[in-house]
Design a protein around this ligand. Structure first.
Ligand SMILES: [Fe+2]
Ligand SMILES: [Fe+2]
Length: 473
């Protein structure tokens, strides 16, 4: 297997040293990236050492090495999963059965570049969104996890910038510059996708973002790892191994809040956990409603000719494409799609090719539901009668069929008056925001946790929960 070359300024397993032109281009981009990290990365912690994992090889057993590093010294690099032993064949679309492309096919150049830029833009965006959170960490353990997610999103940016530099010439280099010039929430140059311009003001939002929005990333990467463009497929395959940790942070983070809330409810025999300094379940539900609906939008319109073209031309497959038992061309197939027709919500069989966004959204929804089920188990174990729910897919949508309508969390098309009367009940408002802000006080004593969140079941990399995950001297 190809080891990672750590002697070079840019760690990599793509033999950068043999491609001087590319190496120079990336070495030119590197200081700009670092400047961006210093300007818009974790605020107040640039000189702090954290116990972080770094990729050292891309095989299953030994890819991570844990050590204390200052984040600006993190070894961001370029790692592609190993090529498959027999040259990989394209698994879907019109080119099914042909060898995967080692270079960009000319006719797909523009579309592929757009897909890579859109994915790449989300990576630095989330670092920007989360940059103030370190100051209010609920524990040193959580602070370390935040930083791990941040440096890996930085590495995901490197992954996409490598593809742009290596395969898209001058256009690619310009796009790589622009990835550092757009900023989350910037009025003049915002990030490309809506969810990545929303603020992440508190840790409940951070955990929700990691659970719901990083999971969108998982599904996008999973369908791009099927791509006929082999370097993209292999890049995404390795990114997915990192992404799993981000969703772990989100699911266990929300789970630990739910745990603590349930304990406070049981001990105090009350629903009013705010009096006890906890985060009440309705507030958690409102945050689910917000982050889930914003993340559903990221999958795009229910019916999309772009999605059909990506598939037919072999650029973007389905989730678990190779496990599906059909012709992998889908010319004749149909797929049930839920749509708004007038003021009614209906399910129609649509051409499967045009419904690929919806199909990916369905895979995502099922995955989200499994996490919510596990949170509900935590509540049930404390003997509390309350169920967290994913709202209807039409609730609070800004893209696709439901963007035109007001839909309640339980899936009724409603009027503006009912929406306005319930908005505070359904979505986080100023009162939630003010309360959560009042809770966000940093906890820096090892092994201690803020009152509103339970300790994790175990530490990171076999270390105890009270391990010095971040050196805050
Ligand atoms: Fe990422
Ligand atoms: Fe992520």
């Amino acid at each position: 297997m190809t080891g990672v070359d750590y002697l070079e300024r840019i760690p990599n397993n793509v033999n950068l040293r043999d491609n001087r032109r590319l190496l120079r281009a990336l070495e030119d981009w590197q200081p700009k990236f670092l400047q961006w990290w210093l300007d818009l990365g974790p605020e107040g912690f640039q000189a702090t050492r954290a116990y972080l994992r770094t990729a050292v090889s891309v095989d299953k057993d030994g890819w991570a090495q844990f050590d204390y590093v200052k984040m600006p010294d993190y070894r961001w690099g370029i790692f592609l999963a190993e090529p498959e032993p027999d040259r990989r064949l394209i698994g879907f679309g019109d080119h099914r059965g042909q060898p995967a492309w080692p270079e960009v096919p000319g006719e797909h150049r523009g579309v592929l570049r757009r897909l890579i830029v859109t994915q790449g833009d989300t990576e630095p965006a989330s670092v920007e969104q989360q940059r103030h959170l370190g100051r209010t960490c609920p524990s040193v353990y959580d602070l370390r996890n935040l930083f791990q997610v941040n440096v890996e999103e930085g590495r995901h940016l490197w992954a996409m910038v490598y593809l742009l530099h290596a395969y898209f010439g001058r256009d690619g280099r310009e796009e790589a510059e622009a990835l550092l010039q757009r900023h989350s929430g910037d009025t003049d140059k915002p990030r490309i996708l809506g969810a990545f311009n929303e603020p992440t003001p508190d840790w409940l939002s951070f955990f929700m973002f990691s659970f719901f929005t990083d999971r969108d990333g998982k599904y996008q990467l999973a369908s791009l790892q099927e791509s006929g463009f082999d370097p993209l497929a292999r890049t995404c395959r390795f990114m997915l191994t990192e992404e799993a940790h981000h969703m772990f942070v989100g699911e266990t983070g929300v789970g630990r809040i739910v745990q603590r809330t349930s304990e406070l409810m049981r001990q105090g025999k009350t629903d009013e956990v705010r009096k006890e300094g906890g985060i009440d379940l309705p507030t958690i539900q409102r945050h689910i409603n917000l982050h889930y609906s914003v993340s559903l939008d990221l999958f795009g319109s229910e019916i999309s000719t772009n999605a059909a073209n990506y598939y037919t031309t072999g650029l973007k497959g389905r989730f678990e494409e190779t496990k599906k038992d059909d012709d992998h061309r889908l010319k004749e197939a149909t797929y049930p799609v839920t749509l708004l027709e007038g003021d009614r919500i209906v399910t129609r069989e649509m051409p499967a090719l045009n419904a690929l966004n919806e199909r990916l959204r369905d895979d995502y929804i099922a995955d989200c539901q499994r996490g919510v089920d596990r949170w509900n188990q935590i509540i049930k174990k404390q003997g509390i009668d309350f169920e967290l729910k994913l709202p209807h897919r039409g609730f609070h949508r800004a893209i696709g069929s439901f963007a035109e309508a007001r839909v309640s969390p339980d899936g009724r098309v409603i009027g503006e008056a009912e929406w306005n009367a319930n908005r505070e009940e359904w979505l986080p408002g100023e009162r939630d925001r003010a309360y959560l802000t009042s809770l966000m006080l940093p906890v820096s004593k090892l092994g201690r946790f803020a009152n509103w969140i339970a300790a994790p079941a175990r530490g990171i990399n076999g270390k105890p929960v009270d391990f010095e995950y971040v050196r805050l001297d």
